[in-house]
Design a protein around this ligand. Sequence first.
Ligand SMILES: Cc1cc2nc3c(=O)[nH]c(=O)nc-3n(C[C@H](O)[C@H](O)[C@H](O)COP(=O)(O)OP(=O)(O)OC[C@H]3O[C@@H](n4cnc5c(N)ncnc54)[C@H](O)[C@@H]3O)c2cc1C
Length: 551
Amino acid sequence: MSFSYQTRNRLIQDMDKTKYDLLVIGGGITGCGIALDAVLRGLNVVLVDQGDFAGGTSSRSTKLVHGGLRYLAKGEIRLVREAGRERNALLNIAPHLVTPMPFIIPTSRKLAGAMSYYPMTLGLRLYDHLADVRRYERRVMLKPDQIEQAEPMLAGADMVGGGRYYEYVTDDARLTLEVAKTAHENGGHVLNYVEVVDLVITNGRCHGAKVRDVLSGKEWEIQAETVVNAAGPWVDDIRRKDAVRPRGKRLFHSKGVHIVLDRRELPVTHAVTLLPSDGRIVFVIPRGRFTYVGTTDTSYRGDLRNPVPTQEDVAYLIDVLNEGFPKHSFNKSQVLSSWAGIRPLIHEEGKKPGEISRADEMITSETGLISIAGGKLTAYRKMAERVVNHVIRVLQAKGRATRVKPCQTLTTPLTGVKGIAGTFESFKLRKRAELEQKGFQRETAERLVTTYGRHVDLVVAIHEEDDEQFHRDLLAADVRYAVWHEQALTVCDVLERRHPLFLFSHDQGRSAIEPVAKLMGDMLGWSPTRIHEEIWKAQESVERRNKWKGE
Ligand SMILES: Cc1cc2nc3c(=O)[nH]c(=O)nc-3n(C[C@H](O)[C@H](O)[C@H](O)COP(=O)(O)OP(=O)(O)OC[C@H]3O[C@@H](n4cnc5c(N)ncnc54)[C@H](O)[C@@H]3O)c2cc1C
Protein backbone atom coordinates (compact mmCIF):
# COMPACT_ATOMS: atom_id res chain seq x y z
CA MET A 1 0.00 0.00 0.00
CA SER A 2 1.58 3.27 -1.07
CA PHE A 3 1.61 6.28 1.24
CA SER A 4 -0.99 8.04 -0.89
CA TYR A 5 -4.38 9.73 -0.77
CA GLN A 6 -6.04 6.49 -1.99
CA THR A 7 -4.61 4.52 0.94
CA ARG A 8 -5.64 7.32 3.29
CA ASN A 9 -9.22 7.24 1.99
CA ARG A 10 -9.39 3.44 2.21
CA LEU A 11 -8.14 3.50 5.81
CA ILE A 12 -10.70 6.12 6.77
CA GLN A 13 -13.51 3.90 5.45
CA ASP A 14 -12.56 0.96 7.69
CA MET A 15 -11.19 2.73 10.71
CA ASP A 16 -14.32 2.63 12.89
CA LYS A 17 -14.21 -1.20 12.75
CA THR A 18 -10.73 -1.42 14.30
CA LYS A 19 -9.67 -1.23 17.93
CA TYR A 20 -6.11 0.05 18.12
CA ASP A 21 -3.50 -0.43 20.84
CA LEU A 22 -2.47 3.20 20.45
CA LEU A 23 -3.89 6.40 19.00
CA VAL A 24 -1.32 9.17 18.51
CA ILE A 25 -2.66 12.72 18.19
CA GLY A 26 -0.25 14.89 16.19
CA GLY A 27 1.90 14.27 13.13
CA GLY A 28 4.87 16.43 14.04
CA ILE A 29 8.22 14.82 14.76
CA THR A 30 7.11 13.81 18.28
CA GLY A 31 3.94 11.99 17.20
CA CYS A 32 5.52 10.40 14.12
CA GLY A 33 8.47 9.21 16.21
CA ILE A 34 6.10 7.61 18.73
CA ALA A 35 4.04 5.95 15.99
CA LEU A 36 7.16 4.50 14.35
CA ASP A 37 8.60 3.18 17.62
CA ALA A 38 5.26 1.60 18.55
CA VAL A 39 4.64 -0.16 15.20
CA LEU A 40 8.17 -1.54 15.17
CA ARG A 41 7.51 -3.13 18.55
CA GLY A 42 4.41 -4.80 17.15
CA LEU A 43 1.62 -2.51 18.36
CA ASN A 44 -1.45 -1.72 16.30
CA VAL A 45 -1.16 2.05 15.82
CA VAL A 46 -3.10 4.93 14.28
CA LEU A 47 -1.80 8.51 14.02
CA VAL A 48 -3.85 11.53 12.98
CA ASP A 49 -2.92 15.14 12.35
CA GLN A 50 -5.39 17.99 11.86
CA GLY A 51 -3.23 19.32 9.03
CA ASP A 52 -0.20 18.05 7.16
CA PHE A 53 2.69 16.10 8.70
CA ALA A 54 5.14 18.65 10.13
CA GLY A 55 2.57 21.39 9.48
CA GLY A 56 3.18 22.76 13.01
CA THR A 57 6.53 23.45 14.68
CA SER A 58 8.30 20.54 13.00
CA SER A 59 8.75 22.43 9.72
CA ARG A 60 9.66 25.72 11.39
CA SER A 61 12.74 24.94 13.45
CA THR A 62 16.37 25.99 12.92
CA LYS A 63 16.75 22.61 11.17
CA LEU A 64 19.65 21.52 13.36
CA VAL A 65 20.23 18.09 14.75
CA HIS A 66 22.47 19.42 17.44
CA GLY A 67 24.39 18.39 20.48
CA GLY A 68 22.97 21.32 22.38
CA LEU A 69 25.93 23.58 23.08
CA ARG A 70 23.44 26.13 24.36
CA TYR A 71 22.21 23.69 27.01
CA LEU A 72 25.75 23.16 28.20
CA ALA A 73 26.07 26.89 28.88
CA LYS A 74 22.96 26.49 31.06
CA GLY A 75 24.28 23.40 32.83
CA GLU A 76 21.68 21.02 31.32
CA ILE A 77 24.12 18.12 31.14
CA ARG A 78 21.50 15.39 30.57
CA LEU A 79 20.14 17.22 27.53
CA VAL A 80 23.61 17.65 26.01
CA ARG A 81 24.46 14.00 26.50
CA GLU A 82 21.17 12.79 25.07
CA ALA A 83 21.20 15.22 22.13
CA GLY A 84 24.77 14.19 21.26
CA ARG A 85 23.91 10.50 21.25
CA GLU A 86 20.75 11.07 19.25
CA ARG A 87 22.70 13.10 16.72
CA ASN A 88 24.95 10.09 16.11
CA ALA A 89 21.94 7.78 15.93
CA LEU A 90 20.28 9.95 13.29
CA LEU A 91 23.41 10.00 11.18
CA ASN A 92 23.12 6.20 11.06
CA ILE A 93 19.41 5.84 10.38
CA ALA A 94 18.90 8.89 8.13
CA PRO A 95 22.27 9.79 6.55
CA HIS A 96 20.51 11.26 3.49
CA LEU A 97 18.74 13.84 5.65
CA VAL A 98 21.46 14.72 8.15
CA THR A 99 24.67 16.50 7.11
CA PRO A 100 27.58 17.34 9.42
CA MET A 101 28.51 21.01 9.09
CA PRO A 102 31.42 22.94 10.64
CA PHE A 103 30.36 25.88 12.83
CA ILE A 104 32.61 28.79 13.75
CA ILE A 105 31.90 30.43 17.09
CA PRO A 106 33.81 33.69 17.66
CA THR A 107 34.02 35.18 21.13
CA SER A 108 34.79 38.79 22.02
CA ARG A 109 36.11 40.76 24.98
CA LYS A 110 32.60 41.99 25.71
CA LEU A 111 31.32 38.49 26.44
CA ALA A 112 31.38 37.24 29.99
CA GLY A 113 30.68 33.89 31.64
CA ALA A 114 30.42 30.66 29.67
CA MET A 115 30.81 32.39 26.32
CA SER A 116 34.10 34.18 27.08
CA TYR A 117 37.25 32.61 25.65
CA TYR A 118 38.61 30.33 28.40
CA PRO A 119 35.28 29.00 29.65
CA MET A 120 34.39 28.39 25.97
CA THR A 121 37.62 26.41 25.47
CA LEU A 122 36.68 24.18 28.38
CA GLY A 123 33.01 24.13 27.47
CA LEU A 124 33.64 22.94 23.91
CA ARG A 125 35.96 20.22 25.19
CA LEU A 126 33.35 19.08 27.70
CA TYR A 127 30.80 19.18 24.90
CA ASP A 128 32.95 16.81 22.79
CA HIS A 129 33.04 14.43 25.71
CA LEU A 130 29.39 14.63 26.79
CA ALA A 131 27.95 14.63 23.28
CA ASP A 132 30.24 11.75 22.25
CA VAL A 133 31.52 13.78 19.31
CA ARG A 134 33.32 11.81 16.57
CA ARG A 135 37.11 12.29 16.62
CA TYR A 136 37.43 14.36 13.42
CA GLU A 137 34.49 16.56 14.41
CA ARG A 138 35.95 17.59 17.77
CA ARG A 139 36.46 21.22 18.60
CA VAL A 140 39.50 23.17 17.47
CA MET A 141 40.25 26.52 19.14
CA LEU A 142 41.25 29.31 16.76
CA LYS A 143 43.08 32.63 17.09
CA PRO A 144 41.42 35.74 15.63
CA ASP A 145 43.54 35.64 12.43
CA GLN A 146 42.73 31.93 11.96
CA ILE A 147 39.03 32.68 12.33
CA GLU A 148 39.27 35.45 9.75
CA GLN A 149 41.07 33.12 7.40
CA ALA A 150 38.49 30.37 7.85
CA GLU A 151 35.51 32.71 7.70
CA PRO A 152 36.39 36.02 5.98
CA MET A 153 32.89 37.37 6.68
CA LEU A 154 33.96 37.74 10.32
CA ALA A 155 36.81 40.13 9.43
CA GLY A 156 36.82 43.18 11.68
CA ALA A 157 34.74 41.54 14.40
CA ASP A 158 35.95 42.29 17.91
CA MET A 159 37.31 38.78 18.56
CA VAL A 160 39.68 37.32 21.10
CA GLY A 161 39.44 33.96 19.37
CA GLY A 162 36.88 31.25 19.06
CA GLY A 163 36.28 27.67 18.15
CA ARG A 164 35.27 25.41 15.31
CA TYR A 165 32.92 22.57 16.14
CA TYR A 166 30.40 20.45 14.27
CA GLU A 167 26.63 20.33 14.31
CA TYR A 168 24.36 18.52 11.86
CA VAL A 169 21.85 20.21 9.58
CA THR A 170 18.66 18.60 8.35
CA ASP A 171 15.37 19.28 6.65
CA ASP A 172 12.97 19.09 9.59
CA ALA A 173 9.80 18.60 7.51
CA ARG A 174 11.30 15.84 5.37
CA LEU A 175 12.72 14.11 8.43
CA THR A 176 9.23 14.11 9.96
CA LEU A 177 7.69 12.90 6.71
CA GLU A 178 10.21 10.05 6.43
CA VAL A 179 9.50 8.95 9.99
CA ALA A 180 5.75 9.02 9.20
CA LYS A 181 6.26 7.07 5.97
CA THR A 182 8.48 4.49 7.70
CA ALA A 183 5.73 4.00 10.31
CA HIS A 184 3.22 3.53 7.47
CA GLU A 185 5.44 1.00 5.70
CA ASN A 186 5.66 -1.00 8.91
CA GLY A 187 1.89 -1.26 9.25
CA GLY A 188 0.89 1.95 11.04
CA HIS A 189 -2.23 3.84 9.94
CA VAL A 190 -0.82 7.34 9.49
CA LEU A 191 -3.22 10.04 8.31
CA ASN A 192 -2.95 13.76 7.72
CA TYR A 193 -5.92 16.16 7.66
CA VAL A 194 -7.85 14.23 10.32
CA GLU A 195 -8.63 16.40 13.33
CA VAL A 196 -9.38 15.23 16.86
CA VAL A 197 -12.53 17.12 17.82
CA ASP A 198 -13.08 15.39 21.15
CA LEU A 199 -11.79 12.56 23.32
CA VAL A 200 -13.82 9.40 23.95
CA ILE A 201 -14.06 8.78 27.69
CA THR A 202 -15.83 5.62 28.89
CA ASN A 203 -16.03 4.60 32.56
CA GLY A 204 -13.60 7.39 33.41
CA ARG A 205 -10.92 6.16 30.98
CA CYS A 206 -9.78 7.72 27.72
CA HIS A 207 -10.40 5.13 25.00
CA GLY A 208 -10.05 7.04 21.76
CA ALA A 209 -11.20 10.16 20.00
CA LYS A 210 -13.94 11.63 17.87
CA VAL A 211 -12.29 12.72 14.67
CA ARG A 212 -13.20 14.60 11.50
CA ASP A 213 -11.75 14.30 8.01
CA VAL A 214 -10.92 17.95 7.38
CA LEU A 215 -11.20 17.43 3.60
CA SER A 216 -14.56 15.63 3.39
CA GLY A 217 -16.17 16.61 6.70
CA LYS A 218 -16.82 12.93 7.59
CA GLU A 219 -16.80 12.28 11.36
CA TRP A 220 -16.23 9.00 13.20
CA GLU A 221 -14.75 7.54 16.39
CA ILE A 222 -11.35 5.93 16.72
CA GLN A 223 -11.22 3.31 19.47
CA ALA A 224 -7.87 2.75 21.17
CA GLU A 225 -6.57 1.17 24.37
CA THR A 226 -4.16 4.07 24.91
CA VAL A 227 -4.08 7.64 23.62
CA VAL A 228 -0.95 9.78 23.34
CA ASN A 229 -1.35 13.52 22.95
CA ALA A 230 1.65 14.72 20.91
CA ALA A 231 -0.02 17.89 19.68
CA GLY A 232 3.01 20.17 20.18
CA PRO A 233 1.83 23.74 20.82
CA TRP A 234 -1.76 22.40 21.02
CA VAL A 235 -1.03 19.87 23.81
CA ASP A 236 -3.06 21.87 26.36
CA ASP A 237 -5.99 22.22 23.92
CA ILE A 238 -6.22 18.42 23.75
CA ARG A 239 -5.81 18.16 27.54
CA ARG A 240 -8.77 20.51 27.91
CA LYS A 241 -10.93 17.98 26.01
CA ASP A 242 -10.23 15.41 28.74
CA ALA A 243 -12.92 14.58 31.33
CA VAL A 244 -10.80 16.03 34.12
CA ARG A 245 -9.37 19.55 34.21
CA PRO A 246 -5.67 19.59 33.31
CA ARG A 247 -3.60 19.77 36.47
CA GLY A 248 0.06 20.40 37.16
CA LYS A 249 2.32 21.47 34.33
CA ARG A 250 1.13 23.65 31.49
CA LEU A 251 2.59 24.85 28.21
CA PHE A 252 4.44 28.05 27.53
CA HIS A 253 4.54 29.22 23.90
CA SER A 254 7.67 30.90 22.65
CA LYS A 255 8.03 32.20 19.09
CA GLY A 256 11.20 31.82 17.05
CA VAL A 257 11.77 33.60 13.73
CA HIS A 258 14.24 32.94 10.91
CA ILE A 259 15.10 35.04 7.87
CA VAL A 260 16.52 33.86 4.53
CA LEU A 261 18.99 35.83 2.40
CA ASP A 262 20.64 35.11 -0.92
CA ARG A 263 23.94 33.33 -0.19
CA ARG A 264 25.72 35.95 -2.34
CA GLU A 265 24.55 38.64 0.09
CA LEU A 266 25.67 36.63 3.11
CA PRO A 267 28.42 34.40 1.68
CA VAL A 268 29.49 32.43 4.74
CA THR A 269 31.59 29.35 4.07
CA HIS A 270 30.81 27.80 7.47
CA ALA A 271 27.80 28.03 9.68
CA VAL A 272 28.49 30.78 12.20
CA THR A 273 27.31 30.86 15.80
CA LEU A 274 26.93 34.54 16.66
CA LEU A 275 26.93 35.64 20.29
CA PRO A 276 25.28 39.09 20.24
CA SER A 277 25.77 41.44 23.16
CA ASP A 278 22.29 40.67 24.58
CA GLY A 279 23.63 37.24 25.61
CA ARG A 280 21.63 35.15 23.12
CA ILE A 281 22.86 32.73 20.44
CA VAL A 282 21.96 33.27 16.79
CA PHE A 283 22.91 30.84 14.02
CA VAL A 284 23.86 31.82 10.46
CA ILE A 285 23.52 28.70 8.32
CA PRO A 286 24.37 28.26 4.64
CA ARG A 287 21.94 26.12 2.64
CA GLY A 288 22.71 25.82 -1.06
CA ARG A 289 22.14 29.16 -2.76
CA PHE A 290 20.74 30.67 0.46
CA THR A 291 21.79 31.54 4.00
CA TYR A 292 19.30 31.57 6.84
CA VAL A 293 19.58 33.29 10.18
CA GLY A 294 17.80 32.60 13.44
CA THR A 295 16.32 32.58 15.84
CA THR A 296 14.43 34.88 18.15
CA ASP A 297 12.85 33.68 21.41
CA THR A 298 9.84 35.68 22.59
CA SER A 299 6.70 34.73 24.51
CA TYR A 300 3.70 34.25 22.22
CA ARG A 301 -0.07 34.43 22.59
CA GLY A 302 -1.36 34.59 18.99
CA ASP A 303 -2.64 32.21 16.32
CA LEU A 304 -0.87 28.85 16.71
CA ARG A 305 -1.53 27.69 13.15
CA ASN A 306 -0.08 30.64 11.32
CA PRO A 307 2.50 32.46 13.42
CA VAL A 308 4.29 35.15 11.42
CA PRO A 309 7.45 37.21 11.82
CA THR A 310 6.99 40.85 12.79
CA GLN A 311 9.01 43.85 11.68
CA GLU A 312 10.61 43.83 15.16
CA ASP A 313 11.70 40.17 14.87
CA VAL A 314 13.32 40.82 11.50
CA ALA A 315 14.96 44.06 12.69
CA TYR A 316 16.49 42.16 15.63
CA LEU A 317 18.06 39.53 13.36
CA ILE A 318 19.38 42.20 10.98
CA ASP A 319 20.94 44.04 13.96
CA VAL A 320 22.60 40.79 15.06
CA LEU A 321 24.07 40.37 11.55
CA ASN A 322 25.38 43.93 11.53
CA GLU A 323 26.95 43.45 14.96
CA GLY A 324 28.44 40.05 14.07
CA PHE A 325 29.80 40.96 10.61
CA PRO A 326 30.92 44.59 11.12
CA LYS A 327 32.58 44.97 7.71
CA HIS A 328 29.26 44.26 6.01
CA SER A 329 26.00 46.06 6.05
CA PHE A 330 22.64 44.33 6.10
CA ASN A 331 19.13 45.68 5.82
CA LYS A 332 15.60 44.34 5.67
CA SER A 333 15.31 44.72 1.91
CA GLN A 334 17.77 41.83 1.52
CA VAL A 335 15.42 39.39 3.25
CA LEU A 336 13.96 37.00 0.67
CA SER A 337 11.68 35.05 2.97
CA SER A 338 11.11 34.25 6.61
CA TRP A 339 9.29 31.86 8.89
CA ALA A 340 8.09 31.70 12.48
CA GLY A 341 7.64 28.65 14.69
CA ILE A 342 6.18 28.09 18.15
CA ARG A 343 8.16 26.20 20.79
CA PRO A 344 5.90 24.07 22.98
CA LEU A 345 7.83 24.52 26.24
CA ILE A 346 6.84 23.54 29.77
CA HIS A 347 5.97 26.67 31.77
CA GLU A 348 8.46 27.55 34.51
CA GLU A 349 7.37 30.29 36.90
CA GLY A 350 9.32 33.55 36.64
CA LYS A 351 11.59 32.44 33.77
CA LYS A 352 12.09 34.29 30.48
CA PRO A 353 11.56 32.31 27.21
CA GLY A 354 15.30 31.81 26.66
CA GLU A 355 15.77 30.51 30.21
CA ILE A 356 13.11 27.78 30.08
CA SER A 357 14.42 24.23 29.79
CA ARG A 358 14.01 22.42 26.47
CA ALA A 359 13.60 19.09 28.26
CA ASP A 360 10.53 16.99 27.46
CA GLU A 361 7.98 15.82 29.97
CA MET A 362 5.24 13.19 30.02
CA ILE A 363 2.01 13.95 31.87
CA THR A 364 -0.61 11.24 32.44
CA SER A 365 -4.08 12.37 33.44
CA GLU A 366 -6.54 10.49 35.67
CA THR A 367 -8.32 9.17 32.57
CA GLY A 368 -5.06 7.73 31.25
CA LEU A 369 -4.49 10.35 28.51
CA ILE A 370 -0.72 10.54 28.03
CA SER A 371 0.52 14.00 26.99
CA ILE A 372 4.08 14.66 25.88
CA ALA A 373 5.42 18.19 25.67
CA GLY A 374 8.66 20.13 25.41
CA GLY A 375 11.66 18.45 23.81
CA LYS A 376 13.65 18.87 20.63
CA LEU A 377 13.53 17.62 17.08
CA THR A 378 17.00 16.17 17.70
CA ALA A 379 15.93 13.89 20.53
CA TYR A 380 12.62 12.73 19.03
CA ARG A 381 13.71 9.08 18.85
CA LYS A 382 14.70 8.81 22.51
CA MET A 383 11.61 10.73 23.60
CA ALA A 384 9.46 8.29 21.60
CA GLU A 385 11.22 5.33 23.21
CA ARG A 386 10.34 6.63 26.69
CA VAL A 387 6.71 7.26 25.74
CA VAL A 388 6.25 3.85 24.10
CA ASN A 389 7.87 2.11 27.10
CA HIS A 390 5.17 3.77 29.20
CA VAL A 391 2.39 2.86 26.74
CA ILE A 392 3.49 -0.79 26.84
CA ARG A 393 3.46 -0.79 30.64
CA VAL A 394 -0.11 0.53 30.56
CA LEU A 395 -1.16 -2.07 27.97
CA GLN A 396 0.50 -4.89 29.88
CA ALA A 397 -1.23 -3.86 33.08
CA LYS A 398 -4.46 -4.54 31.15
CA GLY A 399 -3.15 -7.93 30.04
CA ARG A 400 -2.44 -6.78 26.46
CA ALA A 401 0.73 -6.40 24.39
CA THR A 402 2.30 -9.36 26.14
CA ARG A 403 4.63 -10.23 23.24
CA VAL A 404 6.17 -6.97 22.12
CA LYS A 405 9.70 -6.42 20.85
CA PRO A 406 12.17 -4.08 22.53
CA CYS A 407 12.71 -0.65 20.96
CA GLN A 408 13.98 -1.04 17.36
CA THR A 409 14.45 2.54 16.21
CA LEU A 410 18.15 2.86 17.00
CA THR A 411 18.99 0.39 14.25
CA THR A 412 16.05 0.73 11.85
CA PRO A 413 16.96 2.93 8.89
CA LEU A 414 14.31 5.35 7.69
CA THR A 415 12.61 4.41 4.44
CA GLY A 416 14.92 6.43 2.14
CA VAL A 417 17.99 4.39 3.07
CA LYS A 418 16.44 1.03 3.96
CA GLY A 419 18.49 -1.77 2.43
CA ILE A 420 21.03 0.33 0.52
CA ALA A 421 24.37 -1.46 0.22
CA GLY A 422 27.49 0.26 1.62
CA THR A 423 27.58 3.79 2.96
CA PHE A 424 25.11 6.46 1.92
CA GLU A 425 28.03 8.54 0.63
CA SER A 426 29.06 5.85 -1.87
CA PHE A 427 25.40 5.31 -2.83
CA LYS A 428 25.04 9.05 -3.39
CA LEU A 429 28.12 9.34 -5.60
CA ARG A 430 27.06 6.35 -7.69
CA LYS A 431 23.47 7.53 -8.12
CA ARG A 432 24.46 11.11 -8.81
CA ALA A 433 26.79 9.96 -11.59
CA GLU A 434 24.00 7.76 -13.02
CA LEU A 435 21.61 10.70 -13.02
CA GLU A 436 24.14 13.02 -14.62
CA GLN A 437 24.59 10.43 -17.36
CA LYS A 438 20.86 10.51 -17.91
CA GLY A 439 21.13 14.26 -18.52
CA PHE A 440 20.27 15.75 -15.10
CA GLN A 441 22.29 18.80 -14.01
CA ARG A 442 24.67 18.07 -11.10
CA GLU A 443 22.61 20.32 -8.78
CA THR A 444 19.35 18.49 -9.57
CA ALA A 445 20.98 15.06 -9.36
CA GLU A 446 22.37 15.93 -5.92
CA ARG A 447 19.00 17.26 -4.76
CA LEU A 448 17.12 14.19 -5.94
CA VAL A 449 19.47 11.69 -4.31
CA THR A 450 19.66 13.48 -0.96
CA THR A 451 15.92 14.15 -0.89
CA TYR A 452 14.73 10.67 -1.80
CA GLY A 453 17.58 8.28 -1.01
CA ARG A 454 16.80 4.89 -2.57
CA HIS A 455 13.40 6.13 -3.81
CA VAL A 456 15.21 8.30 -6.36
CA ASP A 457 14.85 5.55 -8.99
CA LEU A 458 11.08 5.80 -8.80
CA VAL A 459 11.16 9.60 -9.10
CA VAL A 460 13.42 9.31 -12.14
CA ALA A 461 11.09 6.72 -13.69
CA ILE A 462 8.18 9.14 -13.20
CA HIS A 463 10.29 11.92 -14.74
CA GLU A 464 10.87 9.74 -17.80
CA GLU A 465 7.08 9.77 -18.37
CA ASP A 466 6.62 13.48 -17.59
CA ASP A 467 9.77 15.58 -17.85
CA GLU A 468 8.22 18.97 -17.13
CA GLN A 469 10.12 21.27 -14.78
CA PHE A 470 8.10 23.76 -12.71
CA HIS A 471 10.94 25.54 -10.93
CA ARG A 472 14.72 25.31 -10.65
CA ASP A 473 14.22 23.01 -7.64
CA LEU A 474 10.96 21.32 -8.63
CA LEU A 475 10.12 18.78 -11.32
CA ALA A 476 6.62 17.62 -12.19
CA ALA A 477 7.95 14.21 -11.06
CA ASP A 478 8.51 15.63 -7.54
CA VAL A 479 4.85 16.64 -7.40
CA ARG A 480 3.58 13.33 -8.78
CA TYR A 481 5.74 11.42 -6.30
CA ALA A 482 4.52 13.65 -3.44
CA VAL A 483 0.89 12.83 -4.27
CA TRP A 484 1.38 9.11 -4.94
CA HIS A 485 3.98 8.28 -2.30
CA GLU A 486 4.09 11.06 0.31
CA GLN A 487 0.41 11.72 1.02
CA ALA A 488 0.54 15.32 -0.27
CA LEU A 489 -3.03 16.60 -0.43
CA THR A 490 -2.69 20.35 -0.94
CA VAL A 491 -0.42 22.71 -2.88
CA CYS A 492 1.11 23.95 0.40
CA ASP A 493 1.97 20.36 1.36
CA VAL A 494 4.23 20.29 -1.70
CA LEU A 495 5.65 23.82 -1.75
CA GLU A 496 5.97 24.43 1.97
CA ARG A 497 7.15 21.08 3.33
CA ARG A 498 8.03 18.40 0.75
CA HIS A 499 9.96 20.93 -1.38
CA PRO A 500 10.13 24.18 0.62
CA LEU A 501 10.26 26.70 -2.21
CA PHE A 502 8.20 29.13 -0.10
CA LEU A 503 11.26 29.39 2.14
CA PHE A 504 14.23 28.75 -0.12
CA SER A 505 13.76 30.31 -3.55
CA HIS A 506 14.13 33.80 -4.93
CA ASP A 507 10.46 34.15 -5.89
CA GLN A 508 9.26 32.27 -2.77
CA GLY A 509 7.90 29.57 -5.08
CA ARG A 510 5.26 31.90 -6.57
CA SER A 511 5.88 30.79 -10.16
CA ALA A 512 5.33 27.13 -9.21
CA ILE A 513 1.96 27.60 -7.48
CA GLU A 514 -0.27 27.51 -10.54
CA PRO A 515 1.36 24.59 -12.39
CA VAL A 516 1.49 22.55 -9.18
CA ALA A 517 -2.20 23.28 -8.48
CA LYS A 518 -3.17 22.26 -12.01
CA LEU A 519 -1.19 19.02 -11.90
CA MET A 520 -2.50 18.10 -8.44
CA GLY A 521 -6.00 19.01 -9.59
CA ASP A 522 -5.59 16.58 -12.48
CA MET A 523 -4.28 13.81 -10.25
CA LEU A 524 -6.75 14.29 -7.40
CA GLY A 525 -9.82 15.15 -9.47
CA TRP A 526 -10.22 18.70 -8.12
CA SER A 527 -12.95 20.95 -9.50
CA PRO A 528 -11.93 24.31 -11.09
CA THR A 529 -13.15 25.99 -7.87
CA ARG A 530 -10.91 23.80 -5.71
CA ILE A 531 -7.92 24.50 -7.98
CA HIS A 532 -8.62 28.20 -7.65
CA GLU A 533 -8.92 27.89 -3.86
CA GLU A 534 -5.63 26.01 -3.65
CA ILE A 535 -3.86 28.69 -5.67
CA TRP A 536 -5.32 31.38 -3.45
CA LYS A 537 -4.37 29.56 -0.22
CA ALA A 538 -0.81 29.00 -1.40
CA GLN A 539 -0.42 32.65 -2.44
CA GLU A 540 -1.90 33.71 0.88
CA SER A 541 0.60 31.55 2.74
CA VAL A 542 3.49 33.28 0.95
CA GLU A 543 2.10 36.77 1.48
CA ARG A 544 1.34 36.12 5.17
CA ARG A 545 5.07 35.63 5.81
CA ASN A 546 5.80 38.92 4.03
CA LYS A 547 3.26 40.91 6.04
CA TRP A 548 6.00 42.42 8.22
CA LYS A 549 7.32 44.19 5.11
CA GLY A 550 4.23 46.41 5.12
CA GLU A 551 4.19 47.08 8.90
C1 LIG B 1 12.09 28.54 16.13
C2 LIG B 1 12.39 27.14 16.57
C3 LIG B 1 13.63 26.59 16.31
C4 LIG B 1 13.89 25.28 16.70
N1 LIG B 1 15.08 24.73 16.34
C5 LIG B 1 15.34 23.45 16.66
C6 LIG B 1 16.52 22.84 16.18
O1 LIG B 1 17.29 23.43 15.42
N2 LIG B 1 16.76 21.57 16.55
C7 LIG B 1 15.91 20.88 17.36
O2 LIG B 1 16.23 19.75 17.70
N3 LIG B 1 14.74 21.41 17.78
C8 LIG B 1 14.43 22.67 17.43
N4 LIG B 1 13.25 23.24 17.82
C9 LIG B 1 12.31 22.43 18.58
C10 LIG B 1 11.53 21.49 17.67
O3 LIG B 1 11.24 22.10 16.44
C11 LIG B 1 10.25 21.06 18.36
O4 LIG B 1 10.57 20.53 19.62
C12 LIG B 1 9.50 20.00 17.59
O5 LIG B 1 9.37 20.32 16.23
C13 LIG B 1 8.12 19.82 18.21
O6 LIG B 1 7.47 18.81 17.50
P1 LIG B 1 6.04 18.30 17.92
O7 LIG B 1 5.74 17.13 17.10
O8 LIG B 1 6.00 18.14 19.39
O9 LIG B 1 5.08 19.53 17.58
P2 LIG B 1 4.48 19.93 16.15
O10 LIG B 1 5.47 19.77 15.09
O11 LIG B 1 3.86 21.26 16.29
O12 LIG B 1 3.37 18.84 15.91
C14 LIG B 1 2.15 18.83 16.60
C15 LIG B 1 1.08 18.43 15.62
O13 LIG B 1 -0.13 18.20 16.32
C16 LIG B 1 -1.18 18.49 15.43
N5 LIG B 1 -2.44 18.71 16.15
C17 LIG B 1 -2.72 19.71 17.02
N6 LIG B 1 -4.00 19.62 17.43
C18 LIG B 1 -4.54 18.54 16.81
C19 LIG B 1 -5.84 17.96 16.80
N7 LIG B 1 -6.86 18.47 17.51
N8 LIG B 1 -6.05 16.86 16.03
C20 LIG B 1 -5.04 16.33 15.28
N9 LIG B 1 -3.80 16.87 15.25
C21 LIG B 1 -3.55 17.96 16.00
C22 LIG B 1 -0.69 19.76 14.73
O14 LIG B 1 -1.36 19.97 13.50
C23 LIG B 1 0.79 19.50 14.59
O15 LIG B 1 1.15 19.05 13.30
C24 LIG B 1 12.93 24.53 17.41
C25 LIG B 1 11.68 25.09 17.66
C26 LIG B 1 11.40 26.38 17.22
C27 LIG B 1 10.04 26.95 17.43
